[in-house]
Design a protein around this ligand. Structure first.
Ligand code: NDP
Length: 334
């Protein structure tokens, strides 16, 4: 076995009498959890959930010590799983990885092969991680809009948390598919970035983030919401007859201070999106669609890359909404 990888670098989250902390450590391969595939990770990402895990600001990690990282891309090193052989390029999103099972913010991971997705030929590992869970979730939202009959001719689609990871990829996808996309953001100073991704209009989040009426003027044919709270309630209230709101996030809060009026009077559909336990067939379809419908030239603007050691310091900034787009983590660079 390659000596270099008997001990590997990874972020380790510990919780004991000394408190909750995340640090970069040398980890012995013997400590890796059970699994039928060992992956030499090349890239991971920093999602909102990873920010919560690293800082301890949300109850994401449920076993200690834990290697965070809900995403990874790399190459199979050893496998006793029928579908994977050494050298295969793979990626992984979710399944509790980085929460209950050691995740991707390390140079190695040992996993259940059923969780892996073959890396689509269209993407390098970096590109797959520039998309990551946020981008794959954005695609699940787009697929939910389509499933419920929303087409580009139906009207405008509003995307909230627009300058974040899910929001950025959702705008790029929807505009590429021909929708008129309206971005709602707390960072109106980033309007050029959002227009560059394909947003036709950029609106300030402030009026959306305060209590509104049960029903407002009908505007949105569809929505991708990552914020929750009043923002989600106000969007539902302004969704057109038979429109569809894909709700996937809680960046603005867990509550949903709404009424049933949009649902029972306008036939609005609230489509819940979960990427973590999403069935395998749907994730494969989401990645197939990403390879088809995402303009890869947008990924350069959406993402930037950091080393493994830098991810820890970036986590609180991400939670504070100070990080634009997506963060790719090169786990082999400290
Ligand atoms: P990011 O941190 O990249 O983006 C979140 C964005 O939300 C920010 O960029 C900001 O956008 C906006 N925001 C941040 N704080 C607030 C606030 N207090 N009030 C209103 N808006 C705020 O995170 P991701 O894009 O990775 O994830 C977004 C959300 O989606 C998170 O809640 C995450 O947990 C959830 N998620 C859910 C998944 C699922 O499976 N259901 C999968 C992936 C993510 P702006 O500056 O433009 O206003």
């Amino acid at each position: 076995m390659d000596k270099e990888y008997v001990v590997f670098k990874g972020i380790l989250i510990e919780k004991d009498d000394a408190g909750y902390r995340a640090s970069l450590q040398h980890i012995d391969e013997a400590q890796l959890p059970e699994g039928d595939v060992t992956v030499r990770v090349s890239h991971s990402t920093l999602n909102y959930k990873d920010g919560l895990a690293i800082t301890g600001k949300g109850p994401v990690v449920r076993k200690f010590p834990m290697v965070p990282g809900v995403d990874l891309a790399g190459v199979v090193e050893t496998s006793s799983h029928a579908d994977y052989r050494p050298g295969d390029r793979v990626l992984l999103n979710g399944w509790g990885v980085g929460e209950t099972h050691w995740g991707g913010l390390a140079q190695k991971a040992r996993l259940n092969g059923d969780w892996l997705v073959p890396l689509p030929a269209a993407f390098s590992p970096q590109q797959a991680m520039a998309i990551g869970t946020a981008g794959y979730t954005a695609m699940l939202c787009v697929m939910a809009l389509e499933r419920h009959g929303v087409t580009p001719s139906a009207g405008e689609i509003v995307v909230t948390g627009a300058a974040g990871g899910v929001g950025s990829v959702a705008i790029a996808l929807l505009s590429h598919l021909g929708y008129r996309v309206v971005a709602v953001t707390g960072r109106t100073g980033d309007a050029d970035y959002l227009h560059g991704l394909g947003a036709a209009e950029v609106l300030d989040r402030a009026p959306f983030a305060v209590p509104g009426k049960p029903l407002g003027k009908e505007r949105w044919a569809g929505a991708v919401d990552v914020v929750g709270g009043h923002v989600l309630a106000n969007i539902c209230a302004a969704t057109r007859y038979r429109g569809v709101v894909a709700a996937c996030g809680l960046a603005g809060g867990m509550d949903f201070p709404a009424t049933v009026a949009p649902f029972i009077l306008r036939g609005v559909t609230l489509a819940g999106i979960d990427s973590v336990m999403c069935p395998r067939a749907e994730r494969l379809e989401a990645w197939r669609r990403l390879a088809m419908d995402l303009d890869l030239s947008r990924l350069g603007a959406i993402s930037h890359e950091v080393g493994l050691g830098e991810a820890i310091a970036l986590a609180p900034k991400l939670l504070a909404g100070q990080v634009r787009g997506r963060v790719v983590v090169d786990v082999n660079r400290v």
